[in-house]
Design a protein around this ligand. Structure first.
Ligand code: SF4
Length: 236
């Protein structure tokens, strides 16, 4: 995504001034106000050796997984990426075609927009962990089936247990409904803070949807502001 396009999306979300996040943390007073820059969140140190072992085991299990039929059609599994001790865990639905080809979550145009959305609240992809409900691509990007979600559930649970995030962002309807175990529409799930076993969950629009719907980009920025506010409250 070129700079002009990026600025176009941020402008559509109601962000008038955009300043790239620097490596220097903001002063405390500045970090208290939710604005286009967002709070400074320092990167965590690398994981202890024992946790690294668990991650390696989990990643190897996912790579070899044949627990559901998606193993027949995937090019490769998409385990997730980012900081394994992140405060922020972002959970999407499932890999798409680009993700299936590259083995990374949220690549392509939607992934670039997600990166810009994070940047707008002062985060980089290296500071968060991004995963999906499903680790393998459903053919034709169809919705995940219940048996596939059930088969893959344990992997995300174990990722959550290892990361112990302070906040979860559920990206899009499928991820939100699955995580929160509800059939409620996205419109009822957005704009409030949910609780998943003690971790606050904020629901945001899927960037692929935002690429198609300019009108909802301002609401997307409101979701991100709620996420920042919630993070600071729960961080204590
Ligand atoms: S989607 Fe999950 S359960 Fe199904 S094969 Fe892939 S990793 Fe295994």
């Amino acid at each position: 995504m070129d700079k002009a396009t990026r600025l176009h999306y941020l402008e559509a979300m109601g962000i008038d001034v955009w300043i790239p996040r620097t490596s220097m943390p903001l002063p405390e007073a500045a970090a208290e106000s939710v604005d286009a820059e967002g709070p400074a969140i320092e990167a965590e140190p690398s994981a202890p050796a024992t946790e690294t072992d668990d991650w390696n085991l989990l990643q190897a299990e996912v790579s070899a997984c044949r627990k559901c039929g998606l193993c027949e059609t995937r090019k490769q599994t998409v385990f997730g990426s980012g900081n394994k001790q992140a405060d922020w865990l972002l959970i999407g639905e499932a890999p798409g075609q680009s993700e299936d080809q590259q083995g990374q979550p949220f690549v392509g145009s939607a992934g670039q927009l997600l990166t810009e959305m994070l940047r707008a609240i002062g985060l980089t992809r290296e500071e968060v962990f991004i995963a999906n409900i499903l680790k393998c691509r459903p053919p034709g990007n169809r919705d995940p089936k219940a048996d596939e979600i059930a088969a893959c559930h344990d992997y995300l649970q174990r990722q959550r247990a290892l990361i112990q995030p302070r906040i979860i962002l559920a990206i899009g309807r499928i991820a939100a409904q699955t995580l929160l175990n509800t059939d409620a529409p996205l419109s009822r799930l957005r704009g409030k803070v949910h609780n998943l076993e003690g971790t606050p969950v904020v629901v945001i629009y899927h960037p692929a949807y935002l690429l198609r719907s300019l009108i909802d980009k301002r609401k997307a920025w409101m979701d991100l502001q709620l996420a920042i506010k919630t993070y600071k409250e729960f961080k204590g």
